[in-house]
Design a binder for this molecule. Structure first.
Ligand code: BGC
Length: 909
């Protein structure tokens, strides 16, 4: 068979240019970031890190050097004078995470920076001027006091049981009489806040600031509000909701206090003077406003009759308001929030309104979503309109609410007059597909409603489609499930009375999610929650922040602490989490050795292979000993893997003295584990579950020479006992797709993904799922623990989609896709995959179509990266010399093409 070449349309010669460095218009620097944020305020690290991307019209773009300059004013920077840092010409291809090394940065000051790069295609021009603002760097910089209303003053309010509390409205007038140079607001409104200057919202942020273990750490936000000020009288107004500070359930959940505000507005004038407006007892407060109740589980009640028209503007008469109370300090360290707040990031228009005979209406959003219902309706004076939310509808069109447990998920709006109104809540969110609307006198239409999708502000990074509709639908469900479960921390579920940062759910999941969303800042923040929640003894709370305090001392849930830190390094090139958390990780490793190491293996385990498919449809957990995996197998395999991670982390952190002990323990553990759990005759671990075998195999515990036999057991079990279906819970699933593929059964992996019978993702979809269920049998199991919107059962599926199906993978010896390994596995039955991933270097694309033995594959490799592209010989692609192609070689089975950045096309003749 004579097959032929490739190659990209847009390539012209580029050689010749190497070595000389004329300024080139085609070399572009963009996506400039400080600590992975665009022109951020509130940076509180002493050496902020700069990143950028480079692009050019021609292939094979490599950065050969850079120069960064920083100044205290944009004019100085442009003039190149009074520089606080001039890196000089640095010969380097590094374009990510370059730390500031100039003069000491001052608290609260703005800084300006720019970068110029040299490349093998010429030098770029100076970038546009970028800026960032420093946070308060010292607790003494805070002059404000914690204020609020220190009482339950409205009927029905309670701080016990299903707590109930009205929102607090706080206001402070102040004068501006000189020309303003810059005004910055530092603010922490606990639990959730909305802030206004002169009647205008300061930002689109939702639920600001982000939740934390408030007794250890309190986040504050920083906003440049210069443009919102006016000469003369001004008004700063803040509404406080409960968030997670005044907890939804007490006891049972950690609660910290009544909503409290700390604020400091600093107005700098052009004459060099400054005014500070700080939270103190000169502020006024009321809880007699329209938000009469807000509780993230139970919903928000809004009484328009109590609206305080113009309360956040200068002209409002606040004589009926009280003087603000001083509140108990939360206790935690005030910390500039490192990650963005939530925001409305998408809108869903309902697909149907069903009129019921009882006068109520059922709204179908067509999608299980998380956030707010926005309405534009006609109301009657004094006649409340009630919105109840649920994920599922009963056959008789009533809401199925059993799986919400005690969460009431009900919003109530009471109009002040007859007529039209628009509304959405502020301090609650619901996980729902259906809404029951009651209290309306007419049939509304779908266009009277909008679903506002609320989650942490972050970009979508991944796109994936294939020739298989089910494969695509699962990706879509995953996309919705993931963004449903970010609320300043990754949550287990968005609808019932839980919504907590359970560690185990994200151990591997976080990596898969990172292909769809740039979740780096969120997960970085969550690692801090985990560290803050660690106890004196070193134990990790498997829910962090520890709103439920559970020091289970097992391994599999806390492992997320390590895996997520590793993910941030691998996927985004950010090693700061590993460095920062290394001491706490080390403490936990030691602690576990002390409490759980017996006869060479780790014996503690709490949750088992959580949520494996049970033998009977009504069960939550399997009762069948043959299906369950021994807890010590789970703990020991994962702990062994963590020992190996610690070797890598220790090396990175320069803690090399720690390495021998980890290596020694790992070697001893492997031996003890195999002596105890491995049957050399049958090549089985424990009772031969897929989970026991695949963890042992993938995490490197199988004695040399037995790998294939152990793998054969995985296949036999899957095919013979489970009919080619998944048999694992949350732990086994983290390795299943990659494990099957790595050892040659990509067909079985694809079968598992395309199954439509129980248990499978396809089964969920056939039963109406538009997200991912908590249980494989979510349609029939006990509602006591049965969310229709969890993400933990995704395991390593999304990693498999992007890395194995699309071939978008960071090479093992690189980080952040600096070197890309493109080796799709092209499973039979899938003829087309088109995917892209917005890496920190830029967009990577892979788009292949196969027709029998013919392949047409287009790839895009971003600037300043390289790729190794592996094409099975069977497709008969050949490559001749071409711009961007560094090397072409052959193995027995593959054509290996090493390329620089650019667009390439590989086509069989
Ligand atoms: C949560 C899970 C969690 C588990 C552990 C459940 O209630 O929803 O996601 O990991 O508990 O016990």
């Amino acid at each position: 068979m004579k097959k032929q070449i490739i190659l990209c349309g847009m390539c012209i010669a580029l050689a010749g240019m190497m070595g000389c460095n004329p300024t080139s218009d085609s070399v572009q620097v963009n996506h400039l970031q400080v600590e992975m944020k665009n022109n951020p305020q509130g940076i509180d690290v002493a050496h902020p890190r700069f990143s950028w991307q480079i692009h050019a019209g021609q292939p094979d773009l490599v950065q050969t050097g850079y120069r960064i300059q920083v100044a205290a004013s944009a004019d100085d920077l442009k003039a190149g004078k009074n520089l606080l840092w001039d890196s000089g010409d640095v010969k380097s291809d590094q374009s990510l995470w370059i730390a500031y090394e100039g003069e000491q940065l001052q608290a609260k000051k703005p800084y300006f920076w720019r970068v110029k790069v040299d490349t093998n295609q010429g030098s770029g021009k100076w970038s546009d001027v970028q800026t960032w603002g420093m946070a308060m760097l010292d607790a003494n910089d805070w002059k404000g006091q914690w204020i609020g209303e220190n009482a339950l003053s409205n009927p029905g309010e309670k701080d016990q049981g299903d707590t109930r509390l009205a929102a607090r409205y706080l206001r402070k007038p102040f004068q501006v009489s000189k020309e303003v140079k810059r005004a910055v607001l530092y603010i922490s409104g606990l639990g959730s806040s909305e802030s206004y200057l002169n009647g205008k919202r300061i930002s689109k942020d939702v639920f600001a600031p982000m939740p934390s273990l408030y007794t250890s750490r309190v986040y504050y936000n920083v906003y440049d509000v210069t443009d919102l000020l006016q000469q003369g009288e001004n008004l700063l107004g803040v509404v406080l909701g409960n968030g997670r500070y005044f907890s939804m359930r007490v006891p049972g959940m950690l609660t910290t206090g009544l909503p409290s505000l700390l604020a400091q507005l600093e107005v700098e004038y052009t004459d060099g003077s400054m005014d500070q407006v700080v939270s103190d007892t000169s502020w006024k407060v009321t809880s007699q406003g329209p938000i009469v109740a807000n509780n993230e589980f139970d919903g928000e009640e809004y009484d328009a009759r109590k609206e305080l028209k113009g309360w956040n503007t200068v002209s409002f008469d606040d004589s009926a308001w009280k003087t603000a109370d001083l509140m108990k300090e939360p206790g935690g360290k005030l910390t500039a929030q490192p990650n963005p707040n939530l925001a409305v990031q998408d809108t869903v228009v309902p697909v149907n309104v069903i009129a019921r005979s009882d006068g109520k209406f059922i709204l179908d959003m067509g999608q299980n979503m998380v956030g707010w219902l926005g309405v534009k309706l006609k109301g009657k004076d004094n006649q409340p309109i009630t919105f109840r939310f649920a994920e599922i509808l009963n056959p008789d069109t009533t809401l199925y609410v059993a799986n919400l447990r005690s969460a009431k998920v009900t919003d109530i709006y009471t109009p002040a007059a007859d007529g039209e109104f628009s509304w959405h809540p502020s301090f609650v969110y619901h996980g729902f597909r259906y809404v029951e609307v009651s209290g309306l006198d007419y049939q509304p239409s779908t266009t009277d409603f909008a679903g506002y999708v609320v989650y942490d502000a972050m970009s979508t990074t991944g796109q994936f489609e294939s020739s298989n509709a089910l494969v695509n639908q699962i990706h879509k469900n995953a996309f919705w499930g993931i963004r449903s479960n970010y609320r300043g921390m990754p949550t287990d579920c968005p609808q019932r009375d839980e919504r907590l940062g359970w560690l185990g759910d994200r151990a591997t999941g976080a990596s898969g999610e990172a292909y769809l969303f740039n979740n780096a800042l969120l997960y970085n923040k969550w690692l801090q929650d985990i560290e803050d929640s660690q106890n004196e003894a070193g134990s990790i709370s498997v829910v962090s922040p520890k709103y439920w305090e559970i020091y289970a001392d097992d391994v599999t849930w806390p492992s997320a602490y390590f895996y997520v830190a590793d993910m941030l390094y691998r996927q985004f090139g950010d090693d700061s989490a590993i460095r920062k958390h290394y001491p706490s990780m080390k403490r936990w490793m030691q602690h576990m050795e002390e409490v759980a190491l017996k006869d060479g293996v780790i014996v503690n385990d709490t949750y088992g292979d959580w949520c494996m498919p049970p033998e009977e449809q009504h069960l939550i957990h399997s009762q069948d000993p043959a299906r369950k995996t021994d807890g010590a197998i789970l703990s020991t395999t994962v702990y062994y893997d963590l020992l190996n991670k610690m070797v890598k982390f220790a090396e990175l952190c320069g803690q090399t003295a720690d390495i021998p002990a980890y290596q020694k323990l790992a070697a001893e553990m492997k031996e003890a584990y195999n002596a105890k759990y491995f049957n050399r005759e049958t090549a089985q671990y424990g009772n031969n579950t897929v989970t026991a075998n695949i963890l042992s195999l993938r995490l490197g515990l199988v004695p040399e020479g037995f790998e294939q036999k152990v793998f054969d057991n995985i296949v036999r079990k899957t095919e013979d006992d489970f009919g080619g279906h998944v048999s694992t819970g949350v732990l086994g699933i983290q390795h299943l797709m990659r494990g099957l593929t790595e050892y040659g059964r990509k067909d079985l992996a694809l079968k598992i993904v395309t199954n439509e019978t129980y248990p499978s993702w396809g089964y969920m979809i056939n039963r109406g799922a538009t997200t991912i269920w908590e249980l494989w049998n979510g349609d029939t199991a006990d509602p006591a623990m049965n969310s229709a919107n969890h993400v933990m059962l995704l395991g390593d599926l999304l990693i498999w989609y992007y890395e194995d199906l699309a071939g978008i993978k960071c090479a093992d010896d690189a980080q952040a896709f600096k070197k890309i390994e493109m080796a799709p596995v092209f499973p039979e039955g899938l003829n087309h995959v088109k995917a892209s991933y917005e890496s920190v270097y830029g967009k990577i694309e892979s788009d292949w179509t196969r027709d029998g033995n013919r392949l047409d594959w287009r790839v895009v490799v971003p600037g300043n990266t390289t790729a190794v592209i592996r094409i099975p010989k069977a497709y008969g692609v050949s490559v001749t010399s071409h711009p961007g192609v560094h090397q072409v070689s052959n193995t027995e089975t593959e054509l290996v093409v090493e390329v620089g950045s650019g667009e390439y096309r590989f086509t069989s003749k």
